[in-house]
Ligand binder design. Structure first.
Ligand code: TGC
Ligand code: FAD
Length: 384
C-alpha cells in the first residue's frame, strides 16, 4: 500500500508515532483474544476501557478535562488501527469519545463536564448514547421517548434500542421529546427506573455490548438536561464526530482483510502453484488495493478538513458511505481468496465482513448518506 500510494508522506511525524503506538497496543493486547471474544459474544469492556484510557484514545480529539487534545487526523488513525483488529473495539472508543463525551463536551454544563469527562477520559466511567428507538432509527425526529416537567424535575419515559455500551455504562446521554423539542439528558445508570437489558443473538459486532435502554419514570433533576442542545441538531452534531471515526476505522478493517488475503494467496497452493500466481487472484488484489488506498486518501483529506475547522456533514457522509461500502466489498472478496478457511474465526476476514454489516447500518445507513449527498448535489431533500 505504502509503495503504491505514499500515504505516509501525507502525515506528520507525530501522527505516525501515535498510529504506531495504537497499532502495537491493538496487536499485543487485543488481536490475540478478539476472535475468542467474538465467538463467545463477550468483551472485557471495563478492563479494556481503562487500558484505552491510559493509551489516551478516549475523547482523544477533545480539549481539556483530562482529554488528550490531539488532532482529528490522529484520532482517525487511532480508529483505523483499532478497527483493523475489530470494529467492536473501535465502537467502544467511538461511542465513549465521539458520542457520549462529545455530547457532554459540546453541549454540557460546566458541572456535567467536570463530573463526567475526566473519569470517562481515563476509562473509569463508561458512557453510552441513546438516540435510536425500536420504531425510529433512520428518522430520529419521530422519537417517542419523552421528558416531562414535574416541578423542577424531569420524568423520562421511553425505550431506546441498539445502544452500544448500554448495559455496561455508568452514564447514558439520552435524547427525548419535550415541550421545547428534542433535548438531551445526562442519566446516571443507577437512577431508579433505568435498565439496560443486553441484546443477544447478534451475528455481527459480537465483541461489543449492544443493549436496549428502558426508561420507566426516570426522575432527574433540572441540572440533568444538556443546557445548550435544542432540536435534532444536538444529537446529529455528535453523529458527525462518530461518523468521522468510521471513515478511518472501516478502512482499517479493509486493510486487515487485504493483508490477510495477500499473505494467504502466497502460501496457498492450488493446481500446483501459489494462488497469488494466478491472474484472476492478482486482478482481485489489484482492485482491492486501489479501493483501500483511495479510502485512505479520502480519510486523510477529511481529517485535514476537520483539523482546519472546515469539514461539513455532507463531506462526512461522503467518507462514511464510500469507505464502509468499499470495506465490506473488500472483506467479501478477500473471503473468496481464503476459500473455506475464510469462513472460520482462524482468520479475521469473515469476522470483519460480519462486523461491517453493522457499520454499514449504524451511524446512518448507506441510503441515508446517499440521500444526504443527493440533497447536497441537487438541493432537493428526498428523505420524506
Ligand atoms: P433535518 O431537518 O435535515 O435537520 C434537523 C436539524 O439538524 C441539523 N442537521 C445537522 N446538524 C449537525 N450535523 C448534521 N449531520 C446534521 N444534519 C442535520 C439541521 O441543520 C437542522 O437544524 P435546525 O437548527 O435547522 O433545526 O433533519 P431530518 O429529520 O430531515 O433528518 C435528516 C437525516 C435523515 C439526515 C438524519 O435524521 C439522520 O442522519 N438520520 C440517521 C440517523 C443515524 O445516523 N442514527 C445514528 C444513531 S447513533 C449510532 O448509530 C451509534 S453506532 C455507534 C458505534 O457503535 O460505533
Ligand atoms: P430503519 O431506519 O428501519 O431502516 C431500514 C431500511 O430502510 C434501511 O436500509 C434504511 O436505509 C432504509 N430507509 C429508511 N428510510 C429510508 C428512506 N427515506 N428512503 C429509502 N430508504 C430508507 N443507535 C444509537 O442511538 N446508539 C448506539 O450506540 C447505537 N449502536 C448500534 C450498534 C449496532 C450493532 C447496531 C446494529 C445499531 C446501533 N444503533 C445505535 C442503531 C443504528 O443507528 C440504527 O440501526 C440505524 O440508524 C438504522 O435504523 P434502523 O435499524 O431502525 O433501520
Amino acid at each position: 500500500m505504502e509503495k503504491l500510494f505514499g500515504l505516509d508522506s501525507l502525515l506528520e511525524p507525530e501522527e505516525i508515532e501515535i498510529r504506531s503506538t495504537v497499532r502495537k497496543f491493538a496487536s499485543d493486547r487485543i488481536r490475540p483474544h478478539v476472535a475468542q471474544w467474538f465467538e463467545e459474544g463477550t468483551l472485557p469492556a471495563r478492563d479494556l476501557a481503562k487500558e484505552l484510557g491510559s493509551l489516551g484514545v478516549l475523547g482523544m480529539h477533545l480539549e481539556g478535562y483530562d482529554c488528550a487534545g490531539m488532532s482529528a487526523t490522529a484520532y482517525g488513525l487511532a480508529c483505523l488501527e483499532l478497527e483493523a483488529v475489530d470494529s467492536g473495539i473501535r465502537s467502544l472508543v467511538s461511542v465513549q469519545g465521539s458520542l457520549a463525551m462529545f455530547a457532554l463536551h459540546r453541549w454540557g454544563s460546566e458541572e456535567q463536564k467536570q463530573t463526567w469527562l475526566p473519569p470517562m477520559a481515563r476509562g473509569e466511567a463508561i458512557g453510552c448514547f441513546g438516540l435510536t428507538e425500536p420504531d425510529f432509527g433512520s428518522n430520529p425526529a419521530g422519537m417517542r421517548t419523552n421528558a416531562k416537567r414535574d416541578g423542577d424535575d424531569w420524568i423520562l419515559n421511553g425505550t431506546k434500542m441498539w445502544i452500544t455500551n448500554g448495559s455496561i455504562a455508568d452514564v447514558a446521554v439520552v435524547w427525548a421529546q419535550t415541550d421545547e423539542g428534542i433535548r438531551g439528558f445526562v442519566v446516571p445508570t443507577d437512577t431508579p427506573g433505568f435498565s439496560a437489558p443486553e441484546i443477544k443473538k447478534k451475528v455481527s459486532l459480537r465483541a461489543s455490548v449492544t443493549s436496549e435502554l428502558v426508561l420507566d419514570g426516570v426522575r432527574l433533576p433540572a441540572s440533568a438536561m444538556l443546557p445548550t442542545a435544542q432540536g435534532l441538531r444536538g444529537p446529529l452534531s455528535c453523529l458527525n464526530e462518530a461518523r468521522f471515526g468510521i471513515v478511518f476505522g472501516s478502512i482499517g478493517a479493509a486493510r486487515d482483510c487485504l493483508e490477510t488475503a495477500v499473505e494467504y494467496s502466497m502460501s496457498r497452493e492450488v493446481f500446483d502453484k501459489p494462488l497469488a500466481g494466478y491472474q484472476l487472484t492478482q486482478a482481485k488484489i489489484a482492485d482491492m488495493t486501489l479501493e483501500v488506498g483511495k479510502g485512505h486518501l479520502l480519510a486523510y483529506q477529511l481529517g485535514r478538513l476537520k483539523d482546519s475547522g472546515g469539514l461539513t456533514p455532507e463531506q462526512v457522509s461522503t467518507g462514511k458511505l464510500n469507505n464502509v461500502r468499499e470495506a465490506i466489498d473488500v472483506a467479501r472478496t478477500c473471503r473468496t481468496i481464503l476459500g473455506a478457511n475464510g469462513i472460520t474465526l482462524e482468520y479475521p476476514v469473515m469476522r470483519h465482513a460480519n462486523n461491517l454489516e453493522s457499520v454499514l447500518t449504524y451511524e446512518g445507513t448507506t441510503e441515508m448518506h446517499q440521500l444526504t449527498i443527493g440533497r447536497a448535489m441537487t438541493g432537493e431533500a428526498a428523505f420524506r
